[in-house]
Design a protein around this ligand. Structure first.
Ligand code: CS2
Length: 502
């Protein structure tokens, strides 16, 4: 992955003025963008929301709806604002399968803003009554919660800072609470808050951190939020690797104008949304979303089977020097490990999912993971393990243990993550450990990294990640420690061979 930004020439840039002149093969908004007004503010402008929310909403707008455009807000990096602002919010979706590239320009984002650079403007938009939904993709760590409990981490430096200065928020909970304060002060209706991140019960987590933040800063406002604001949950799915320079070049060649903010995604996409929108919502079901009163089974299936398999592949692959998920699926051993993960540890924990055979779902996942057009870096997926392991793998492991079964593959994943935290293989190969808890975790790995039992003991003691039911489970600890020892002394292929064929 390269971070270098292209240097687009201003006169040859994607934008409203150029839409009509794009080559015929490029799909584009089939509606008059100038007639569309904002109804949604989206927080967190990463590639995923542009390949998912943006596309579903673009489909709804194409059916003639005009009051559900999106204003996109990014918290940290200004790069995406600099990419999309000169393009009138337009960007291209490059969707890839079987060697076929399809280009589609998405028009749903009407404007983009930076929460750090333009906080007053962002709050002014959020205060407008026509904004009826705030959608969120800030990744797991953006919620400033304690992953083991789901509660607001009140010691989080951003939360501490925002509580000291709630009118100038920088965190997600702080920004939402300040925006809701403005809505209430104007005697207005609140907006609905829709999380689109990979967290179990993401609506509930959002409600918990937002109402707790409000309680701490203004108890009266906290009560008003608890009584009046809806936080539906949703399950989101579309594999969206980080965009590379080569992808930007393909898009620019196909468009014949520069697009500095394209996204690459697989064709598959799924969105299951809890239908609780007191202030209205776009007809996302007309774009293929499933609106339901219970997201839980869908989200459990997706978070465990897709994301749990991703994390397992990611840690073992980074250790083995395998760069992408598609390469991992071409390995002779890793797909077998993942099949065991699904069949032995995960599928038995997934409740019945309406209209879905979960085993068939995992077979489809295998095919999606093998898509060679999607270079999804294992290093990218390895990030933020402290936030991801719990919902994806530790929760199902706890459920297996509760019914008297020993998780088979999860200890191997946890062991691979522990060894991954060393940041190098001791033989000259190194990798980045990117995690909000990286300083703490890599210090533990540096201190104990050569001693499997000491490494496992010290990491199992990190209570934000390992609840007592796992940290105190002797067979789980023993299996994990044995895998750590094997990975350190024999490496990945020998460990997997022993694991699969012993
Ligand atoms: C991945 C997800 O990076 C990761 O942790 O597991 O981004 C995954 O690709 C998406 O959830 C797919 O919907």
């Amino acid at each position: 992955m390269s971070n270098s930004k292209p240097k687009p020439t201003a006169d040859k840039r994607l934008g409203n003025a150029r839409l009509a002149k794009l080559p015929a093969a490029v799909a584009r908004p089939a509606y008059d963008r100038s007639k569309v007004t904002p109804g949604i503010v989206h927080l967190g402008l990463g590639a995923f929301c542009r390949a998912h929310l943006g596309v579903y909403t673009d489909d709804v707008l194409a059916q003639g709806t005009t009051d559900w455009g999106i204003v996109g807000v990014n918290f940290r990096s200004p790069d995406i604002i600099e990419a999309l602002k000169p393009q009138d919010g337009l960007y291209t979706l490059l969707s890839r399968e079987d060697g076929v590239d399809k280009l589609r320009v998405i028009g749903a984002f009407l404007d983009v803003m930076s929460a750090s650079g333009q906080l007053d403007d962002v709050l002014a938009v959020l205060a407008k009554p026509e904004i009826r939904i705030v959608t969120i993709t800030v990744t797991e760590k953006g919620y400033c919660h304690d992953p083991a409990t789901g509660r607001l981490n009140e010691a989080h430096p951003m939360i501490v800072a925002d509580l000291a200065n709630p009118r100038q928020p920088h965190s997600l909970p702080g920004l939402i609470v300040e925006a809701l304060r403005l809505r209430r002060a104007a005697d207005g209706w609140p907006f609905t808050v829709l999380s689109c991140d990979n967290l179990p019960g993401n609506g509930k987590v959002t409600r918990t951190v937002v109402t707790r933040f409000a309680e701490l800063s203004d108890p009266d406002l906290g009560r008003w939020i608890a009584d009046n604001v809806a936080f539906p949950s949703s399950m989101v799915d579309r594999i969206t690797p980080a965009t590379r320079d080569v992808d930007r070049a393909i898009v620019t060649a196909g468009l014949r104008v520069t697009d500095a903010g394209p996204v690459v995604a697989e064709p598959f996409h799924q969105w299951v949304i809890e239908d609780r929108f007191p202030s209205g919502r776009p007809a996302w079901e007309t774009a293929g979303a499933i609106l339901t009163d219970n997201v839980h089974p869908f989200e459990t299936m997706k978070l465990r089977c897709l994301n749990g398999a991703h994390s397992t592949l990611a840690y073992l692959s980074v250790l083995a020097g395998i760069e992408t998920i598609a390469d991992a699926m071409a390995d002779p051993l890793l797909p077998k490990v993942i099949r065991h993960l699904w069949d032995d540890d995960l599928i038995p924990t997934v409740p019945p999912v309406p209209g879905t055979d979960v085993t068939a779902y995992t077979r489809d996942l295998e095919a999606r993971f093998r898509n060679p057009g999607i270079r999804h870096l294992t290093q990218q997926i390895s990030s933020d393990g402290s936030q991801k392991l719990g919902p994806r793998l530790i929760a199902p492991a706890i459920e297996r243990i509760a019914v008297g079964k020993a998780p088979r593959v999860v200890p191997l994943t946890v062991a691979a993550w522990m060894v991954f935290l060393r940041g190098s293989d001791g033989n000259g190969r190194s990798w980045t450990v990117s995690d909000p808890m990286a300083a703490h975790l890599t210090a533990i790995a540096a201190e104990h990294g050569d001693d499997p039992a000491a490494l496992a003991d010290a990491l199992f003691a990190v209570s934000e990640i390992f609840p007592p039911t796992i940290a105190g489970n002797a067979p789980f600890r023993k299996a994990t420690t044995q895998h750590v020892r094997s990975l350190l002394t024999r490496g990945v292929p020998a460990t997997l061979t022993a694991f699969l064929f012993r």
